[in-house]
Design a protein around this ligand. Structure first.
Ligand code: HEM
Ligand SMILES: *[C@@H]1O[C@H](CO)[C@@H](O)[C@H](O)[C@H]1NC(C)=O
Ligand SMILES: *[C@@H]1O[C@H](CO)[C@@H](O)[C@H](O)[C@H]1NC(C)=O
Ligand SMILES: *[C@@H]1O[C@H](CO)[C@@H](O)[C@H](O)[C@H]1NC(C)=O
Length: 371
């Protein structure tokens, strides 16, 4: 089959599927037409050295420039918002939010772009390029690539109808990348709750964070981690996933050649026609099939109906942990509560181990370290 005809049949089948699966009201459905996505999450406490007014004098128009490029790019292709949000996440989970994910292979760098979670999946580099070029014109060598990723993640959320937040800035760019770190630290889509807890823990969440951030409401670190994970997964309210990332649930969830029985029946049948037992690994499917380009809380409603796409999404409800179940229900009912929590968690994720002061550098080109 030619590339073009493959792309076309993908669009057609996803349209049919979306229609077929609509057992309830859909706010927006769009034909997805190319491949790639993936993700993860993380945090630290408030971070000294980062503050929202960082570019107030050195580049006051920074956010306007970012937003003007994003508006055009997301206008052309709504999914770009999802891709940029995910790029920030995959950056932050590997040696902190330092734009390490943007570095290409060179004599001193082994790029993270070919890691399992990233290969064939992360995208949005053209948009980052365009933002960087405009910023270098307006304020040469001032705004870091790491801050461009953070600003793009916020802008993308806002332009998709999600919440906004006061974004601490002042991250500097790394001179290193870590491919094995990317493979080890970004959670895989078939994660169990135990995996997820371990991977989030690794990002430096401890009991002090718990107390500082959550007060007396939460009884232990574990429940805090679940909340963080849950909220992170809120990012799956937009974007798409490839068949290969959820195939295990359809055909061999527990190594017994049986599907995951928590999948709602019609949803499961639809997914199967779209994602066959063999082949079709790069077919893509909306993570939130009711409103794939709108940042909203329908994702949580879908989970309640057994229509969460990734195993890591569905275990939020079925993982047999009282707190996550309650939260899914709460977020499904109250979009405002979800938005508020999402904004807070994005700030925490953006604070993971930034480079500040005179460490690192402001790259001239996001794909190469300066010489
Ligand atoms: C908690 C563990 C997480 C897991 C296991 C996970 C897994 C995945 C997978 C497998 C995909 C589809 C990738 C592909 O098909 O190529 C995906 C897509 C996506 N993820 Fe996650 N993710 C997690 C957390 C996060 C977080 C914290 C964010 C953002 C803050 C995020 C944002 C996204 C977005 C926006 C997409 C769609 C990207 C696009 O359409 O280009 N994810 N995720
Ligand atoms: C990345 O994906 C390409 C295209 O699917 C594949 O040929 C290549 O082997 C992958 N690379 C790694 C390192 O997995
Ligand atoms: C890269 O990540 C791996 C896996 O997390 C870690 O063991 C290793 O120390 C990291 N390498 C560097 C140079 O930080
Ligand atoms: C997740 O998928 C990987 C790769 O297919 C597999 O090696 C691993 O055993 C799976 N993990 C779980 C918990 O099913």
């Amino acid at each position: 089959m030619t590339k073009a005809s493959m792309g076309c049949s993908k669009v057609v089948s996803s349209l049919i599927l979306v229609a077929f699966l609509s057992s309830s009201t859909f706010t927006l459905a769009f034909p997805v037409s190319n491949s790639g996505s993936g993700h993860g999450g993380g945090f630290g406490g408030g971070y000294p050295g980062l503050y929202p007014e960082f570019y107030e004098f050195s580049c006051p128009q920074v956010n306007d420039i970012v937003m003007s490029v994003l508006e055009k790019a997301i206008g052309r292709e709504p999914r770009m918002a999802a891709s940029l949000l995910r790029l920030h996440f995959h950056d932050c989970f590997v040696q902190g939010c330092d734009a390490s994910i943007l570095l290409d292979d060179s004599t001193t760098i082994v790029s993270e772009k070919k890691s399992g979670p990233n290969n064939n999946s992360i995208r949005g580099f053209d948009v980052i390029d365009e933002i960087k070029a405009k910023l270098e014109q307006a304020c040469p060598q001032t705004v870091s690539c790491a801050d461009i990723l953070a600003l793009s993640a916020r802008g993308s959320t806002v332009l998709s109808g999600g919440p906004s937040w006061e974004l601490p800035l002042g991250r500097r760019d790394s001179k290193t990348a870590n491919l094995s770190g990317s493979n080890a630290n970004i959670p895989p889509p078939n994660s169990t709750i135990q995996n997820l807890v371990a991977l989030f823990n690794r990002q430096g969440l401890d009991e002090a964070d718990l107390v500082a951030l959550s007060g007396e409401l939460l009884v232990n670190v574990v429940s805090f981690l679940f909340i963080i994970f849950l909220v992170s997964s809120g990012s799956h309210t937009i974007g798409v996933a490839r068949c290969v990332t959820f195939k295990q649930r359809l055909y061999n969830q527990y190594g017994n050649n049986q599907p995951d029985e928590t999948l709602e029946r019609n949803y499961y049948n639809g997914l199967k026609t779209y994602c066959p037992r063999s082949g079709g690994d790069n077919n893509i499917f909306p993570l939130d099939l009711a409103s794939p380009i709108r940042f909203d809380n329908t994702y949580f409603e879908l989970i309640l109906w057994g229509k969460g796409l990734l195993n890591s999404d569905e275990v939020l409800l079925t993982g047999n942990v009282g707190k996550t179940m309650e939260l899914v229900t709460e977020y499904a009912k109250h979009e405002g509560i979800f938005f508020g929590q999402f904004a807070k968690s994005m700030i925490r994720m953006g604070n993971i181990s930034p480079i500040t002061g005179s460490n690192g550098e402001i790259r001239k080109n996001c794909y190469w370290i300066n010489n």
